[in-house]
Design a binder for this molecule. Structure first.
Ligand code: ZN
Length: 285
């Protein structure tokens, strides 16, 4: 299933894309997509519905983030060898785990707003993993049975805040609009192998990232298992799994985001995002 949320900011309705590409309204029938709303039980209840009986939203308009809120927004850094190299970092021997503030969530096509003082904003196409069942101390073999689905993530990053300001990466990863997710939550049954997805990012029409999730250092199963050794993963948590090479930080000369730049972000089978970069305080670009 391809689940999405449509409507103005803060007024999104849960919906489902049917086999003909029509958006069908789930509001009032299921809870919004967040927390237990994306548990396996909740997804099974949606799967049991007769979609033809649901109202078609003929002009869906804006697509919101595919999760209304997230309990936790986990992220893995340096999970592709060539990206670690372009970042001047060693190949990690354990997953590099960090967090993004949950307030950074935004719709897949919403503008990316440069934070005040931004000088090194950067792009990162990633595979997002959405948890559907609480996970604590799960093995790699058990890990994927805790995954509800997948989505496209652009792990937008301000490198000066991330790298040059001391402390943890969270400061550079968390500004409002730095977490576009969606357009869809694609349920795991439609993604038989999360390690065989092509992912790419175009900047102003030029392809700058083009790789496959097969190049991850730590697989989705390894990441889910690894995190669960330290904390409990909850239904509705999202984990973004790292970006391949081709970010602005790694270019020579380096190239960072400026107002007017356009990012198109794709993962096989999970849809496309398109963001216009806007100046601080300018939500309308
Ligand atoms: Zn990242």
């Amino acid at each position: 299933m391809k689940l999405l949320r449509v409507g103005p900011v803060g007024q999104e309705k849960p919906a489902i894309l049917d086999g003909d590409g029509q958006v069908r309204d789930l509001s009032g029938i299921v809870p919004d997509f967040a927390g237990q709303g994306v548990s396996f039980a909740a997804l099974d209840a949606i799967r049991a519905l007769d979609l033809t009986r649901l109202a078609v939203i003929s002009a869906p308009g804006r697509i919101g983030p595919c999760l209304a809120t997230v309990p936790n927004f986990h992220a893995v850094g340096l999970n592709y060898a060539k990206h670690a190299a372009e970042s001047g970092a060693a190949i990690p021997t354990e997953p590099v785990l960090f967090s993004k503030a949950t307030s950074c969530l935004s719709g897949p096509n919403d503008p990316v707003i440069l934070p005040r003082g931004s000088v090194k904003a950067d792009w990162e196409v990633e595979l997002g993993v959405i948890i559907g069942r609480a996970a604590l101390y799960v093995s790699q073999a058990e890990a994927l049975a805790h995954v509800a689905g997948y989505c496209v993530v652009n792990d937008v990053s301000e490198r000066s805040f991330q790298i040059e300001r001391g402390g943890q990466w969270v400061k550079g990863k968390s500004a409002p609009s730095f977490g576009p997710i969606g357009p869809w939550l694609v349920t795991a049954d439609e993604v038989p192998d999360p390690q065989s997805l092509r992912l790419s990012l175009d900047l102003n029409g030029t392809r700058v990232q083009d790789s496959t999730t097969g190049d991850m250092i730590f697989s989705v199963a390894q990441i889910v298992s690894y995190i669960s050794q330290f904390m409990q993963l909850l239904p509705g948590d999202i984990i973004t799994t790292g970006t391949p090479e081709g970010v602005g930080l790694g270019m020579k000369p380096q190239r960072f985001l400026r107002p007017g730049d356009v990012m198109e972000v794709r993962v096989d089978g999970l849809g496309m995002q398109r963001q216009v970069v806007v100046a601080p305080g300018d939500r309308h670009g």
